[in-house]
Ligand binder design. Structure first.
Ligand code: AMP
Ligand code: ZN
Ligand code: ZN
Length: 404
């Protein structure tokens, strides 16, 4: 019996090793925060164009809400925000009364909020070395695995500048084979910051995006000089798009709602309202249901296509403004662009480019695909078994090259 158990253990070990060593390719995925799908069409982007010509070009839909934290963690886990727990950039923890927010270090760094199995941990468990450069969630000491083998702390200052992040990716790819990560996930704050300050089609956002394309070209050229150049799958994508805001397009909160109904309102696009008493959810919905330019639902009546509302921390009432509108009493005019809207609206869609040995050459996909499919795609590229997720490798299998 003991011998049988030992030999089963040996078979399992061999199977895992084969899986882990199943691919000798490397995957570098870059997220450009706020990479609206049509920036590369409208702006001068030789590197992204080259990736389209020699690799794959597609448009990806974000998950709802189309915000940074929910979507980066969806890219990493393949779960929609409602399922992984980072349901917004800020939300109320109903059990403790704490506010989770990306700027509140106590909550941001608490692993209990981060469900699912981010790909760097899936890889680590299966013996595949991975690295992150500031990806959302990667600087949190996650339950069930900690961090990637190599990682950077977003809260540690000074933060690496964009070109220093490029250097870090090249340094990691230049490590000796036994130390070299097979997965590198790198995050860049632009063009989101410019999109917010100046709007999506502004001269400033154009200039910043064209700078990013130059930076990506530097990364690409330096990867081409490495001995493993022809083994690198290189993906450039992002978390959501961006649309124009207009200070006149604001629906004021206090005009319609009584302060005693509300414990807190988190975010404005979409707004999550937490009530002081359950009956006030109905009061809010009645007060807002005939107001133009917003849609309002109680949490258990949110339309199914938004995939939102089962997570216990979702607000009692959700107010989703129409594209370009906000629901807020804040002084208008601070932002020119924003995101967070209905993820099926094309202004929220995201660019996707991929080039490398596992991607087709010169292939443009006509229909969009969901960002939950990135996780199973990365697992496929790494030759690892994905954990349970909301994506589907079949939805993106047309991007993959099989044979030569
Ligand atoms: P958003 O409000 O959705 O546009 O969020 C974008 C912000 O997320 C940027 O200003 C980044 O500085 C911030 N951010 C991105 N990654 C992290 C991180 N790991 N920790 C804290 N903040 C982050
Ligand atoms: Zn973002
Ligand atoms: Zn943003």
């Amino acid at each position: 019996m003991k011998r049988l158990i030992l030999s089963i253990a040996a078979v399992v070990a061999v199977a895992v090793t084969c899986l882990a060593a199943g691919r000798d390719t490397y995957t570098v995925i870059v997220s450009l925060d706020g990479f609206r799908w049509d920036y590369a069409e409208a702006f001068d982007t030789p590197l992204l164009d080259k990736m389209a010509q020699q690799g794959v070009k597609a448009v990806m839909t974000p998950s709802f809400p189309s915000k940074t934290f929910p979507n980066h963690y969806t890219l990493a886990t393949g779960l929609v925000p409602d399922h992984h727990g980072i349901i917004a950039n800020s939300f109320l923890d109903r059990k403790t009364g704490d506010i989770y927010s990306l700027s509140n270090m106590k909550t941001k760094n608490n692993p209990k909020y981060y469900g699912g199995d981010p790909v760097w941990l899936t890889a680590k468990r299966q013996g595949v070395t991975s690295a992150t450069v500031y990806w959302v969630g990667s600087d949190v000491n996650l339950r069930g695995g900690g961090h990637a083998d190599y990682w950077q702390d977003y809260n540690h200052k000074p933060r690496l500048k964009p070109y220093e992040r490029v250097n870090e990716v090249i340094r990691l790819l230049s490590l000796s084979e036994d130390k070299r990560p097979h997965l590198i996930m790198a995050y860049f704050e632009e063009p989101d910051a410019s999109g917010h300050s100046h709007g999506p089609a502004s001269a400033q956002t154009r200039a910043r995006f064209e700078d990013l394309d130059l930076m990506l070209a530097t990364l690409w050229n330096r990867m081409q000089e490495l001995p493993i150049a022809d083994k690198i799958n290189f993906i450039v994508t992002g978390d959501h798009g961006m649309t124009w805001l207009n200070p006149e397009r604001t629906v004021p909160v206090k005009k319609y709602l009584k302060t005693e109904w509300i414990q807190t309102i988190e975010n404005d696009v979409p707004a999550m309202l937490y009530v002081t008493e359950p009956r006030f959810a109905d009061s809010i919905v009645s007060a807002l249901k005939c107001v133009d330019h917003i849609r309002v639902w109680k949490k258990d009546e949110i339309p199914a296509y938004l995939n939102f509302g089962t997570n216990p921390n979702v607000g009692d009432v959700i107010v989703l403004p129409d594209v370009g509108w906000t629901f807020s009493d804040r002084k208008a005019g601070l932002m020119t662009g924003t995101h967070g809207f209905d993820h099926t609206c094309s202004d929220m869609w995201v660019g996707f480019r991929a080039i490398g040995p596992d991607f087709k050459r010169g292939y443009t996909r006509e229909s969009t695909f969901r960002n939950v499919c990135i996780y199973p795609l990365l697992c496929y590229l790494l030759g690892i078994t994905p954990s349970e997720n909301d994506g589907d490798l079949n939805e993106v299998s047309d991007l993959i090259r099989t044979g030569n």
